[in-house]
Design a binder for this molecule. Structure first.
Ligand SMILES: NC(=O)c1ccc[n+]([C@@H]2O[C@H](COP(=O)([O-])OP(=O)(O)OC[C@H]3O[C@@H](n4cnc5c(N)ncnc54)[C@H](OP(=O)(O)O)[C@@H]3O)[C@@H](O)[C@H]2O)c1
Length: 334
């Protein structure tokens, strides 16, 4: 089958369109014909080698973390899906590779595609939808009336997280630049801060939760807008000891994670704030809940651009500009 592979870890390295064997189907897998795939910064970071120590994919490997498509075969132990089902999902770590014509996924990572979305719209959801769900529902347990600050509201994670936080009953503040103010308002943001001309640290206070997706300076500033008892959840680092434990990393890496996050954990503690790093994981059941929210019209996909399969490298390069408004998707085939 055709697939885009990484031949060696390299910053901005090229992807190669290759003929690779169809993935092997395990007994609890579904084989999905990929109709569309979403593009994420995680793809670039893995290609660049940034995740080599914690997710050691051995080149050549197929890149890609989001899929919408149809089930063409099921393993002997699969109970929830049958041939012909239209599904979507984020394959689990170590089994990624959606920039391809087919992918085999554990059935626990898959959900039925929302009926009101086409394949491209569905492929835009899993990774960012699960990230937002795990931050705001699972970790954050956001309650009605709470104040939530979601950075970069016009990005892939931001456009989903704003809608989810509003659905949970929160008052939502976000940052974006002037050209995206209408976009973030249209999906529910109550307070919009232009990060190029305004300083959120001076404008916001008494927040219950911050979803941090930016640099260390932004992370530190975020501490000062939270109230005691609040939560700082970061998806852009630094990783914490809990994360090292969940990934069963070796002692050396556990120590590295402890040291990397020592500063922010200490500052958070002194302010009575809980700091956590989130690295989202594949989760079909949570995707089912997301499907319901999408089918009831509570959350809608926000898509910036759709590329053809041949233009996969261009799609990745566009995401790397950091200017995407919502999601970037690739049509892989019918
Ligand atoms: N740990 C995890 O599980 C996990 C999961 C998903 C994503 N992530 C990480 O989270 C980060 C965001 O991901 P994403 O997919 O949402 O990115 P994205 O879609 O590429 O974000 C692009 C958006 O960010 C906005 N932006 C850029 N700089 C900004 C700033 N300084 N302040 C506010 N907004 C800014 C841009 O708006 P303007 O054009 O207006 O500047 C643009 O709309 C990435 O680092 C990604 O790797 C981590």
């Amino acid at each position: 089958m055709k697939a885009f592979v990484v031949d060696k870890y390299k910053k901005k390295g090229a992807l190669r369109l290759a003929d690779v064997p169809e993935p092997e189907l395990r007994e609890d897998d579904v084989l999905v014909r990929v109709h569309a795939t979403g593009v994420n910064l995680l793809d670039s970071k893995i290609r660049d080698g940034e995740f080599k120590l914690i997710l050691p994919y051995r080149p050549p490997f197929v890149l890609g973390h989001d899929v919408a498509g149809s089930v063409v075969r099921v393993g002997s132990k699969v109970r929830r899906f049958k041939t012909g089902d239209e599904v979507y999902g984020r394959p689990r770590d170590h089994r990624v590779g959606t920039f391809a014509k087919f992918i085999a996924m554990n059935e626990a990572d898959v959900a039925l595609k929302p009926k009101n979305l086409n394949m491209e719209e569905a492929a835009s959801i899993p990774l960012v939808g699960l990230t937002a769900w795990q931050a705001l529902v699972e970790m954050g347990k956001v309650k009605p009336g709470q104040k939530v600050f979601i950075q970069a509201g016009s990005g892939g994670v931001g456009t989903f997280a704003i809608q989810l936080a509003k659905h949970l009953g929160a008052e939502v503040a976000t940052t974006t630049s002037a050209q995206n103010v209408e976009l973030v308002k249209s999906i529910g943001a109550d307070v919009v801060i232009d990060y190029k001309t305004q300083d959120f640290e001076k404008l916001l206070s008494g927040y219950d939760l911050v979803l941090n997706s930016q640099d260390t300076k932004t992370l530190e500033k975020s501490l000062h807008i939270l109230k005691p008892g609040g939560q700082l959840i970061s998806i852009s680092g630094p990783p914490d000891p809990e994360f090292a434990k969940d990934l069963r990393l070796n002692l050396f890496l556990k120590l590295v994670m402890r040291l990397l996050s020592r500063g922010v954990r200490a500052k958070a503690k002194s302010l009575g704030i809980r700091y956590s790093f989130l690295f989202m994981r594949a989760q079909g059941q949570q995707l089912n809940e997301i499907t319901s929210l999408i089918e009831s019209g509570i959350i809608r996909p926000v898509i910036d651009k759709i590329f053809s399969f041949e233009k996969t490298a261009d799609a990745l390069a566009y995401v790397e500009t950091g200017r995407a408004k919502g999601k970037v998707v690739i049509t892989v085939g019918e």
